[in-house]
Design a protein around this ligand. Structure first.
Ligand code: XLF
Length: 327
């Protein structure tokens, strides 16, 4: 395996210069940088990560913790976050906790052990532990407090938009399928939806709560079998994957979407386009949220001040075929 000495032999440069270039730590002239890079390419040199970490005190690794990889929104978030972090010279270690407190604690301990430079966590439940970590942390969804910066879609506004979207399309008998009460994001969606509904006395809203996010055992039939769906002309579901199962159930029962019942999801994840009919959905702007997470985390890593502790990203509705077209 090629070593720094081999690069030194080819380039005629000192190991100090080569090490500064490889660790991106100090001045190296453009000419020397070019020589070193072409020697690295020629020798297929792979830096010794242990040595590099000891030298630079940075692992260039970010821990990413998500609650559910079967939920397309989190799969998309992880993909986009990884790509932005890679462009900034960071790799990731990914943990999927299945919304399990203990799995999350285990992930946090492992990441501390790996000496990651920072952590990005979504829908975290271990707020006290996160606050105590001596590592920069950015959270999407849960508001942790202290030095942890929270970056999230404006879920309350999203809930308001959801109500208006269905109301403007003629829905007056609405059902909201509300997320698990421990999810901060979906609680805000519910509050926004209900607060808008209060402005319209000719509309009625029923709410049913679901106790968990989509998993491979998720059984929408068990939940909807007891509901008299004939009563409703519009349903707002707390996220896209649950909206997809709801729509499939409703179609199976012989209702037409959107003619009999209009359905609106939340996330605007990639599955919205793949469904039949295509799902209208309030957007969580994944790219913007991810960009902001990385921007803030890098600031925290570089010990720059971040004044805003909660950053809410504007959201909007993306209309497709599961709601009526007003044009
Ligand atoms: O935690 C919420 C519930 O589901 C999250 O933002 C999501 O909308 C992802 O699908």
């Amino acid at each position: 395996m090629a070593t720094m000495k081999d690069i030194s032999k080819i380039t005629g440069l000192s190991s100090g210069t080569i090490s500064r270039y490889i660790n991106n730590n100090g001045y190296v002239s453009k000419e020397s940088a070019k020589k070193i890079q072409s020697a690295i390419d020629e020798l297929n040199y792979i830096p010794n990560e242990h040595a590099r970490v000891l030298y630079s005190k940075s692992t260039k690794v970010i821990g990413l913790i998500v609650p559910s990889l079967v939920n397309p929104f989190f799969a998309q978030m992880a993909t986009v976050l990884e790509s932005i972090l890679n462009k900034n010279g960071y790799s990731i270690i990914l943990y999927n906790t299945n919304d399990d407190m203990d799995e999350e604690i285990n992930a946090l301990k492992m990441l501390q052990g790996f000496r990651v430079d920072g952590i990005i966590t979504g829908r975290s439940q271990n707020k006290e532990l996160l606050k105590k970590l001596n590592i920069p942390v950015v959270s999407f969804e849960s508001e942790i407090g202290d030095n942890v910066v929270n970056i999230t879609a404006n879920n309350f506004l999203g809930g308001e938009i959801a109500f208006k979207t269905l109301y403007e399309r003629g829905c007056r008998n609405l059902l909201h399928i509300r997320g698990p009460k421990i999810f901060e994001a979906t609680e805000k969606r519910y509050e926004g939806f209900i607060s808008q509904a209060k402005n319209y006395s000719d509309a009625s809203v029923d709410v049913i709560s679901i106790s968990e996010d989509y998993s491979t055992d998720f059984n929408i039939d068990k939940i909807l079998d007891d509901i008299n769906l004939k009563k409703y002309d519009g349903i707002f579901v707390f996220n896209d994957i649950a909206a997809a199962s709801t729509m499939s159930y409703i179609l199976k029962k012989g209702f037409k979407v959107p003619e009999d019942i209009q359905i609106l999801g939340f996330d605007n994840s990639y599955i919205a386009e793949l469904l039949n009919p295509k799902l209208s959905s309030v957007e969580q702007p994944v790219k913007e949220i991810a960009k902001e997470c990385v921007k803030v985390l890098l600031k925290l890593i570089n010990k720059e001040e971040v004044k805003k502790k909660t950053i809410r990203i504007k959201t909007n509705v993306v209309l497709r075929e599961s709601t009526i077209n007003l044009d």
